[in-house]
Design a protein around this ligand. Structure first.
Ligand code: ZN
Length: 410
């Protein structure tokens, strides 16, 4: 019987073990065919070479070919580092003590307010490039260091410009409720009014965010304030993501579940009741941010294994920010997910690809399957077991965004 004529395709990548997350992927798959920016097929190189007539072929020298990372919780819109504050923390000051001393989030707010939009966009470009060279081609990115209507809009505009310039897919989240700004310290409810009546409508009007987020914590926002803000955001058509149970369980988890939030992140102080609410929901993702307890020298971690056993959907993210998790690297977050949360290497890799994409409603990335966007990363690792093992080395060797090579800067 005559063989069918080979199908044209744009690119055949071969020579690396493919981590696809698809049960249908043949054993020993070491090649991916790409056309029109999408994955056409995954399989053994010899089979795909017969099936396709590629316009270009790239042969890799071993390692893993995985879905490019999806970082589902980041804060890259900052204008200055907070190295002095890290020094204070290393000498024993707690997160809440640093914040009370005028450091923390409000220090980043002063720097963002002082920066013009061009200067801020240039900083965000640098931050997104740092994320990109560690393998991230899609991220959820939050504002939240402006904390005035004008400075939050400036932050989200700078983010959109930087995303275009760098070539990273950014899903922007409005985090106007990150902290209570100094000028509203004596009347935080009035700040929530400003968020609900002015900021959220302005953000939606300009199409600058797809989601809204709030930090439910002592010294930040109460459950009642968060409810008002999140209900307003939902009414305006935004998806919801929530920071809760980082230091204190105030009921933010239960609120997130009740309002159908996409995710509730941190969870180091999660209670049995919060875990039960998440387990009953099975819709709101648990966002695991395992670098933060390391960075803040916290003794407590999110109960990842209990969440997984209870059937709660989950992801792993860097929480890249200058205060409590200063790393743009998903492989490094995976290290802490393994070491501190007890995740396996495979779970950690799924956490920063497939699960992270699912938490953002992205069905066509985070895995390598026919029809998925061909966002791919070549990792210099001998096998999945090595993912998140080494610290301080970037395993990323090459990246393709929608099937086109992305130059990876050292
Ligand atoms: Zn965060």
């Amino acid at each position: 019987m005559a063989e069918a004529a080979p199908e044209p395709c744009d690119l055949l990548l071969r020579g690396a073990a493919v981590v696809s997350w698809e049960g249908a992927t043949p054993e020993g798959a070491d090649a991916v065919a790409v056309g029109d920016g999408r994955v056409l097929a995954v399989g053994r190189a010899d089979d795909l070479a017969r099936r396709f007539a590629p316009r270009a072929t790239t042969t890799l020298d071993g390692g893993l070919l995985a879905p490019a990372f999806v970082d589902a919780h980041t804060h890259p819109v900052f204008a200055a580092e907070r190295a002095e504050e890290f020094d204070l923390k290393c000498r024993g000051a707690s997160y809440l003590e640093v914040a009370a001393a005028g450091g923390g989030i409000l220090a980043s707010v002063r720097a963002v307010r002082a920066a013009g939009e061009d200067e801020l966009a240039a900083r965000v470009v640098r931050n997104l490039r740092r994320m990109q060279r560690h393998g991230t081609l899609t991220c959820e990115a939050k504002s939240g260091y402006g904390l005035s209507v004008a400075d939050e809009l400036k932050s989200l505009r700078a983010l959109a410009r930087a995303a275009d310039e760098v070539g990273v897919t950014v899903l922007p989240t409005f985090l106007g409720a990150h902290a209570v700004p100094e000028e509203f310290r004596d009347d935080p409810d009035r700040y929530v009014d400003v968020l609900c009546e002015e900021a959220l409508p302005a953000v939606v009007e300009e199409g600058l965010a797809r989601a809204a987020d709030v930090f439910v914590e002592e010294g930040a926002f109460s459950v009642a304030q968060a409810r008002r803000y999140l209900e307003r955001a939902r009414e305006l058509g935004l998806a919801l993501r929530v920071h809760a149970d980082q230091f204190h369980a105030l009921g933010g988890v239960e609120l997130a579940v009740e309002l159908g939030a996409e995710s509730v992140d941190h969870l180091e102080a999660l209670t049995d009741a919060g875990l039960e609410a998440l387990a009953l929901s099975r819709r709101t993702f648990a966002g695991l941010l395992p670098v933060v307890p390391h960075f803040c020298a916290m003794g407590r971690d999110a109960p990842a294994r209990r969440l997984i056993q209870a059937g709660v959907p989950w992801f792993v993210a860097t929480d890249f920010n200058p205060g409590s998790s200063y790393t743009p690297s998903p492989p490094e977050a995976a290290h802490f997910a393994r070491r501190r949360l007890g995740l396996s290497a495979e779970e950690a890799l799924r956490g920063v690809t497939e699960h992270a994409a699912a938490s953002l409603g992205l069905a066509d990335r985070g895995r390598i399957a026919p029809g998925a966007v061909a966002d791919l990363v070549h990792l210099d690792l001998p096998g999945v077991a090595s993912f998140g093992y080494a610290l301080g080395e970037n395993p990323v060797r090459a990246l393709w965004r929608a099937g086109r090579p992305v130059p990876v800067q050292p």
